[in-house]
Design a protein. Structure first.
Length: 317
């Protein structure tokens, strides 16, 4: 299948395009960007098609799917345009910045028999899959609590993260990761928001950090936090009646990183599970391809995406 990457920021160039190149499911058919210099350089590097006009790009009937890697504030309109032209869509998180807009896109994709996937890449890595398996096998015993954190240090090139009009928001950029972890690891009927503290920068006019306490089915205690301009933190800890699990670099990692999952009993390490290095972007593309071949397989994930979007609305209010 032919795929076009729309948006050529540092993330797309360093992570997404190489993953597409390595994929045995997709061919990197072309790229689209308003930045002529980067567009021409990328075209030369990969010998592919290039457009600086998205309308012209979407007219190409040889394109099967789009990887949308543009700033969050423009996702809704661009995604609608993509779906209107009959292309499957994988969109960088957040897919939109409101549950109403996300529902609109999900319904549009469903009615058009197209696949819409939110790009939370970590959920396709064997590290996440192993944690999910450990929980389902009840290796930790009855789960009592989970704590997860994602914090970034000051970035040299923050891109849209410092521009409110492009969708700057720590909730939708970082908070979405630990929130999606809760939605992915646990099947629950009730998620109670017990406490939240969201920090806003009054000068920049967007949120920069957050701390939330949740209760799953009035039983499992959850603490999650996220922040810009802090010491780097990227991990999850899950406390069970029998064992405690800790795993670092759960959300973001290089494709060469060998992850691990540590299990403790009474604060003593009892098992360290090594996870083979993998490219979670490439694995996400594989799942995207499987969904295109069987769109009904993503129904549960679409429902989770919508539920999570509603919950993020509550945090952002």
């Amino acid at each position: 299948m032919n795929l076009v990457v729309w948006g050529l920021g540092k993330h797309a160039i360093n992570k997404v395009i190489p993953a597409v190149q390595r994929s045995n499911r997709f061919s990197l058919y072309g790229v689209c960007s308003r930045d002529i210099n980067i567009l021409e350089q990328t075209q030369d590097n990969y010998q592919i098609k290039a457009w600086n006009n998205s309308n012209e790009m979407l007219k190409d009937k040889n394109i099967d799917a789009i990887y949308l890697a543009t700033p969050p504030a423009v996702h809704k309109e661009q995604a609608l345009h993509i779906l209107d032209h009959g292309k499957h869509l994988i969109c960088e998180k957040p897919i939109t910045m409101s549950s109403q807009d996300t529902l609109l896109l999900a319904e549009k994709a469903h009615n058009s028999n197209l696949v819409l996937l939110e790009g939370l890449m970590y959920k396709y890595h064997p590290q996440y899959r192993k944690i999910l398996l450990l929980l389902r096998s009840k290796k930790l015993g009855k789960i009592k609590a989970i704590k997860s954190s994602f914090q970034l240090p000051p970035l040299e090139l923050p891109g849209y993260r410092k521009k409110r009009d492009l969708g700057a928001s720590a909730i939708y950029d970082l908070g979405i990761y630990p929130v999606s972890l809760i939605f992915g690891l646990f099947d629950f009927t009730q998620l109670e928001l017990s406490k939240k503290r969201i920090t806003y920068d009054e000068n920049l006019k967007y949120d920069t950090s957050g701390e939330v306490i949740l209760k799953i089915d009035n039983d499992i205690h959850c603490e999650i936090d996220w922040a810009y301009d802090r010491t780097y933190v990227n991990e999850v800890s899950i406390l069970g009646m029998d064992l405690m699990l800790n795993s670092k670099f759960i959300f973001s990692k290089d494709s060469t990183h060998e992850a691990s999952i540590s299990l403790y009993s009474n604060n003593e390490l009892v098992e360290n599970i090594l996870i083979e290095a993998a490219d979670h972007f490439e694995l996400m593309l594989e799942s995207f391809s499987d969904s295109i071949n069987d769109p009904n397989s993503k129904r549960k994930e679409t429902d989770s995406m919508l539920d999570m979007s509603i919950f993020l609305d509550k945090l952002a209010k």
